[in-house]
Design a protein around this ligand. Structure first.
Ligand code: SDX
Length: 390
């Protein structure tokens, strides 16, 4: 049933479950949210409308959309005690660690969230989490910078409000360049869901115990934190910086082919073709760089992609750029430090995690996740007491 991870009897850790949220065709490089192609949503929709689509399974009417935006805007504030909790972290705490802990902490502020059988209650928690993720993410950023936390300004749109909480430095009204707001909104859309990826699998597995959704999403944040998953965008920038110049690319590629390291931002468990999100991100990068100026690492990334896509090692293994290969370059142009890149990924992915969690808890046949195991240890040994062994 949806969400029950049934691991196949191999050492390859694959899982299978039925879902109607997101469709991917890895060979053709197709991605659809509730049947709508990602290219159309990225071009014509907004992040909050896409979030509504993922959660409710259909596009909203004007009334539904306006009520949805109102409710999310109304819940952007976070309890003051959560702010106090966040201020207790070390000055150099990684924002993803702070986000994971703070989302988990929210479960203690809404005890009714454990009543996951009530739909109105589920919808309330979903709205709260979509609304509060940017506030928590921005506060983690401000904490790392040693700056005062900025409260939400609910006169601003969702994405502009997030930018204001990140970058506002005075009492003046914050105004972001609308091209940057649009580009970040598109990036959130591109990250909104991706069927049964590692972090969504964590949300479903933890959610299958019927715990509250904050605890399940905190588990997803933890999985996304890893460099093979959401942390790859941060790793791509470190890799490009280490390569340093186009002239160094051939020797770097040889190191990858020798197995010394992976080409971060390349390869995917499902896509054995170009990740459609990477194409769209590459276009969004051009729009952002018009405002911010080109990121000097872009030339290295473009040359690296060109060389890799012509190299038998990558072609034979069907390794193409994934969503993380270019996203970090844009985030850096926004002046985000690398440790914030995965926080941006988590904010975008929240509606997807919650849509998958909702599908799981609404499935009456759902059982707790309990993957099959292949036992490879010893059997029926005779115990020798320590006095005879030492
Ligand atoms: C995300 O699942 C999702 O949907 C995730 C995501 C989402 O939206 O949620 O799309 C987001 O996580 C994107 C992926 C971000 N991670 C990275 O960019 C890290 C670098 N990529 C690799 O670690 C790797 O490609 C994975 C983890 C993404 C996928 O690994 P697979 O499918 O398990 O591939 P594999 O390890 O079986 O590799 C097959 C072969 C191996 O070579 P051989 O053993 O056959 O010689 O390809 C090689 C691998 O060594 N390989 C790579 C490589 N990725 C795989 N070689 C060099 N560089 C790489 N990046």
């Amino acid at each position: 049933s949806p969400g029950l991870a049934i691991y196949d009897p191999g050492f390859v850790n694959t899982a299978s479950c039925r879902s109607s949220v997101t469709y991917i065709d890895g060979e053709e490089g197709i991605l659809e949210y509730r049947g709508y192609p990602i290219e159309q949503l990225a071009e014509k929709s907004s992040f909050l409308e896409v979030a509504y689509l993922l959660i409710h399974g259909e596009l909203p009417t004007k009334e539904q959309h306006d009520a949805w935006v109102h409710d999310i805007t109304f819940h952007t504030f976070v309890h003051e005690n959560v702010k106090t909790f966040m201020q207790g972290f070390r000055y150099d705490a990684h924002p993803m660690g702070m986000l994971m802990a703070s989302v988990g902490a929210l479960s203690t502020f809404y005890p009714d969230a454990r009543n996951i059988g009530d739909d109105d209650n589920r919808q309330m928690q979903i709205i709260r989490m979509i609304a509060k993720m940017p506030t928590l993410g921005a506060w983690a950023f401000r904490h790392a910078q040693g700056k005062p936390y900025v409260y939400p300004d609910n006169d601003l749109s969702y994405t502009e409000n997030f930018l204001a909480m990140l970058f506002k430095m005075s009492e003046q009204k914050y105004e972001a360049d609308e091209r940057l707001v649009k580009a970040l909104d598109v990036l959130f859309i591109l990250h909104a869901d991706h069927e049964q990826n590692c972090s969504t699998n964590a949300v479903r597995s933890v959610g299958s115990s019927q715990v509250d959704p904050y605890s399940a999403v905190a588990a997803g944040v933890g999985a996304l934190y890893g460099p093979l998953h959401g942390g790859a965008n941060e790793a791509v920038l470190r890799m490009l910086r280490r390569i340093g110049t186009k002239e160094n690319i051939p020797s770097f590629i040889e190191g990858v082919k020798a197995g010394n390291e992976k080409l971060m931002g390349f390869g995917h468990r499902v896509y054995k073709n170009y990740d459609p999100r990477a194409r769209i991100i590459k276009k969004a990068a051009e729009d952002v760089f018009e405002v911010t100026g080109t990121n000097p690492l872009l030339d290295i990334a473009l040359e690296l992609e060109k060389i890799a896509l012509e190299d038998e090692y990558f072609v034979s293994r069907k390794l193409y750029p994934n969503v993380d290969f270019y996203s970090g370059l844009i985030y850096e142009a926004f002046q985000f430090p690398p440790e914030m890149f995965t926080v941006l990924f988590a904010i975008g992915r929240t509606p997807g995690w919650l849509a998958q969690w909702l599908e799981l808890v609404q499935d009456k046949e759902q059982k707790i996740a309990r993957p099959k195991q292949i036992y490879t240890g010893d059997r029926r040994l005779t115990f020798t007491p320590a006095s005879e062994r030492w």
